[in-house]
Design a binder for this molecule. Structure first.
Ligand SMILES: [Zn+2]
Length: 271
């Protein structure tokens, strides 16, 4: 019995050290960085700058909590394997990362605490919110950009989204793609991504059959795109972003049917 227990413990230790080997050095960097941030959070009296006149006695409030993410941004990695992405996100020179990487087989890698800022969105805008990195969780799906998304991967994604939505009270409207918040630079997740399925589960918005919709006179499609959230710096890019997400279409222009979809969505985003 004792030897069995010994073997079990040895097995666990060996397994643990095997999984630790490859990224041991970068895991150390992560831990050190988190330690530094934790130190800053623990500073009191709270230090600040700006030449203000501070009261002599510091009074700390009793009512506080951590800032919470309020958006989820979905990406495809545009790489060839999960392993390749893990490597990319652990090289200091790339300066890119995401909170989660989900492999094709459904394995989830949680690379940094949800309450920390990942570098996944870059220059971005949705509605009047800029710097989405500061307010979002980034999820990367292992996908080269030209293929469908694996079933096991989407299944893990849905479980993860459910947890995030509940944990941080993220509104349904705020589950969007990288191509939505940076339409001039990005096209991920690719048009095959199942946004409709996500919306049915409460992650994002969808529309009803456009056949029963009448567009009111004076409808302005650019205003509608802006209401949904698109940055209109480049209107063609915004239209393509909208079509990729809601119409699985990557061509230019908007047909009458597609305008009906846009009209419906703008109404949902106005609520
Ligand atoms: Zn991306």
């Amino acid at each position: 019995m004792k030897s069995k227990l010994f073997l079990l413990i040895t097995g666990i230790v060996v397994m643990y050290s095997c999984t630790q080997t490859k990224y041991a050095a970068t895991n150390k960097v992560y831990k050190q960085q988190v330690k530094n941030y934790a130190k800053r959070l623990a500073e009191y009296p709270v230090k600040d700058s700006g030449g203000l006149h501070y009261a002599a006695d510091w009074v700390g409030t009793t009512n506080l909590s951590m800032r919470r993410p309020n958006f989820v941004i979905i990406h495809h990695t545009a790489q060839n394997s999960c392993e390749q992405t893990l490597e990319t996100f652990t090289l200091a020179r790339t300066q890119v990362s995401a909170h989660y990487v989900i492999c094709k087989d459904g394995t989830v890698h949680h690379m940094l605490n949800d309450l920390l800022r990942a570098h996944h969105a870059g220059v971005s805008k949705w509605g009047n919110t800029t710097d989405l990195n500061s307010s979002s969780i980034g999820i990367e799906l292992d996908n080269n950009g030209f293929e469908p998304f694996a079933e096991a991967q989407i299944s893990s994604l849905l479980t993860l989204l459910d947890r995030l939505k509940k944990a941080y009270s993220i509104p349904a409207s705020n589950f969007i793609g990288h191509g939505d918040i940076a339409p001039t630079r990005k096209n991920d997740p690719n048009w095959r991504f199942p946004w409709k399925l996500l919306a049915e589960k409460g992650f994002g918005y969808w529309y009803d059959d456009p056949a029963n919709v009448t567009i009111p006179t004076g409808f302005n499609h650019l205003q509608a795109l802006r209401i949904v959230g698109y940055d209109l710096k480049d209107t063609n890019a915004a239209i393509i972003g909208f079509k990729r997400h809601w119409l699985q279409d990557t061509t230019k222009g908007l047909s009458n049917e597609q305008l009906k979809v846009l009209y419906q969505l703008s109404r949902k985003y106005m609520q």
